[in-house]
Design a protein around this ligand. Structure first.
Ligand code: PLP
Length: 390
């Protein structure tokens, strides 16, 4: 979360004082307005606001028709929710290495595609775009769908196209830690009418048929799903947050570029699939060894600049995805994809060293979190600390 204040307070007050903030039929229609505004911002035909990024990922997979018997490729470095969303729909997450940018490797994805693979989930981690050209070529060669996990990259682009608008669908998170936030929240975007219809039914299973005329013109039949609906309070906050997003992004990029320009030549900025496009939340530096990386981070910490070595980020690293690595996909064994007959023979023989390329990179990278409210002098100070000059 970067910026929030009186405008969001006023928006929530407006929704509360209306005493009418159910999503459908409410007088404010804040959710529906946000969905209109978000789909325009992303450049998609459809947008659905819901409770979380996880809910958006699962709804997107349901929309793609994915279920037991299917495999979905996810990167070794992403928040565990990406893999758990695959398990929610009964499919098996197959874990692939990242490339040098710490996003899903197109080459390893292609190696891991099997006749069971139905989708891949590139994750634009820390706002850095995945290799969408490479991944789209792989997906086209093998006839698999792409669900972009843009949970950490709202406002970022890949060669001018908004992240989340490039694959068959895109999932966003608005939880507290994200670029814009409603405390908790998520959205799914897509141009595919079938994905949209199924995701709308799935994310609001009990109310969708009883409130408003949401199913008018649908060709998909009603089916049982989950309850991931949000209220107009969430919509009201996010409408204000979206107004702030272009400003947040511009400031993040300006400061990230200023620091990157200052340190380039002395330090190695990690490669990116689009330096201009990334969300700007993070500057990534790369070192030759873990020892050097940790020495660098410790020296900066002594001077008040906290850096993250991503191998330390817990549930973002596949080796720490306990439920996945130990194959407990659900509480009830009959609901557990790892025990389903349809998934017998799926590629789930996970081992801690199966993506050692990614682990090595994670231990040789530091992330500097950019603050969009840093002044030029603040950014200059940070750059000097990184350079060992202060
Ligand atoms: C890459 C990634 N995917 C998915 C999620 C899940 O989002 P949420 O916490 O809103 O369910 C997150 C959130 O932390 C994330 O960072």
């Amino acid at each position: 979360m970067y910026r929030i204040g009186q405008e969001e307070i006023d928006a929530v007050a407006r929704a509360i004082l209306s005493r009418d903030f159910f999503k459908i039929n409410g007088s404010g229609q804040e959710v529906l307005h946000f969905e209109e505004e978000w789909k325009r911002f992303i450049g998609a035909d459809h947008a659905l606001l819901m409770t979380s990024g996880y809910a958006a990922l699962a709804s997107g997979l349901i929309g793609m028709g994915i279920g037991p018997g299917d495999e979905v490729i996810v990167p070794a470095y992403t928040y565990i929710a990406t893999a758990l969303a695959v398990l929610e729909v009964g499919a098996i997450p197959v874990i692939a290495d990242t490339d040098e940018t710490l996003t899903l490797s197109a080459a390893d994805t292609e190696k891991k595609i099997s006749p069971r693979t139905k989708a891949i989930i590139p994750v634009h981690i820390q706002g850095f775009p995945s290799d969408m050209d490479g991944l789209q070529a792989v997906a086209a060669r093998h006839g698999v769908r792409i669900l972009e996990d843009a949970c950490q990259s709202a406002g970022g682009c890949y060669h001018v196209k908004p992240l989340g608008s490039i694959g068959d669908a895109g999932a966003f998170s608005f939880n507290y830690f994200k670029i814009i936030t409603s405390g908790e929240g998520g959205a799914l975007t897509t141009n595919d009418r079938t994905i949209y219809e199924r995701a709308l039914i799935y994310h609001d299973a009990s109310a969708v048929a009883f409130f408003g005329s949401q199913l008018d013109g649908f060709t998909e039949p009603l089916f049982g799903g989950r309850e991931y609906r949000v209220s107009d309070l969430t919509g009201a906050i996010l409408r204000e947050q979206l107004r702030r997003l272009p400003g947040i992004r511009a400031d993040l990029k300006r400061i990230q570029r200023q620091i990157a320009d200052r340190v380039a030549g002395s330090l190695t900025v990690a490669p990116s699939h689009d330096f201009e496009g990334d969300a700007g939340t993070t500057l990534a530096l790369r070192f030759d060894s873990e020892e050097e990386t940790r020495r660098f981070a410790a020296r900066c910490a002594e001077r008040g600049i906290g850096l993250t070595v991503p191998i330390d980020t817990g549930k973002h690293v596949y080796t720490n995805w306990t439920q996945v690595m130990e194959k407990r996909g659900a509480w009830h064994p009959r609901m557990d994809p790892y025990q389903m007959e349809e998934n017998r023979g799926a590629a789930s023989n996970y081992t801690p060293d199966m993506c050692s390329f990614t682990l090595d990179l994670l231990a040789r990278t530091v992330y500097l979190a950019i603050n969009p409210d840093w002044s030029e002098a603040d950014a200059d100070h940070v750059a000097k600390v990184l350079l060992g000059k202060e």
